[in-house]
Design a protein around this ligand. Sequence first.
Ligand code: PHE
Length: 348
Amino acid sequence: MVKEIKKIEDSAGSEIPTAKNREELEELRIKFLGREKGALTLILRSLKTLPDADKKRVGEEANKLRGVIEGLFAARTEELKRTETESILKKEWLDVTRPGKKGPHGHLHPVTLVRREVEKIFASMGFGVVEGPEVETEWYNFDALNIPVDHPARDMVDTFFLKNPKGKNQSPKLLLRTHTSPVQIRYMQKHNSPLRIIVPGRVYRYEATDASHDIQFQQVEGLMVDKNVSVANFKGVVLEFFKKLFGMNVEIRLRPSFFPFTEPSFEIDISCIACNKKGCSICKKTGWLEVMGAGMVHPKVFEAAGYAPGNQQGFAFGFGLDRVTMMKYKIPDIRLFHSGDIRFLKQF
Ligand code: PHE
């Protein structure tokens, strides 16, 4: 029996400390201390068969061994727990001092960038920023601006007309505005002179597209009305604007032109920002770039807006925001603006 105990002590001493994991350890626990067939349990159970003299001695030995084995289990359990935690820590290690990953940054569209700049420059000259609806009536887009029914601009070819939900030939006839000028009327109906506004916004034209034409683009309308606003005021404001926008000493030139809603009307050129009037491919060797239409507000326009005749005068202008953006950033094709090409947009 004592031999037996010694054997158990030896195998427990070598097996328990080398158990690889908790399952193995549990198996060993059953092997040595299991209530049914544990090696030590069997010994303790058989004590009663021994003669009294041996009972005490062997019993003491067996109980001592029980303490030893329990100590071995406790030590190994502790060890296994520690290595388990260590491996979890190693696997799930996280450097909380590392800087976070930055999400991808969006970019403002180049036309938006220039639009904001335009608004800032005009604001510095006392102009308010006003908007108007993109779906217009024929009256605001044409009639009120002195564009007669037989004017070519009213032809279906230039305008996107909308289907009237009430059926054909119902008035008012709705369309996508072809320019921002209808907002001149809308604003003057609600506000008296003196006034100074710009109107940035989207406009639509039913045209074939190419590198310099798209069916939708943005315009900036300008309107300044007071008792004695003159062409000289116009030149001052617009020259200041282009100098600030392009950050250089540009010159402007006025050429006679025609718009039904201005009289006189002009086409405005600026000295070429690429070659400074020397002549290059951008200005097609002319030294000048055509940038806006403008003129003195036609009396019929004041009348349509409800202003009393002869009480005021003003200038109006309109230019393409996309076109100016193309000049500023040397963009060769207007269609890039709506291409959705991330590589293009990422440059701004
Ligand atoms: N509405 C004109 C256009 O779209 C531009 C313009 C605006 C001209 C105001 C004169 C005055 O071409």
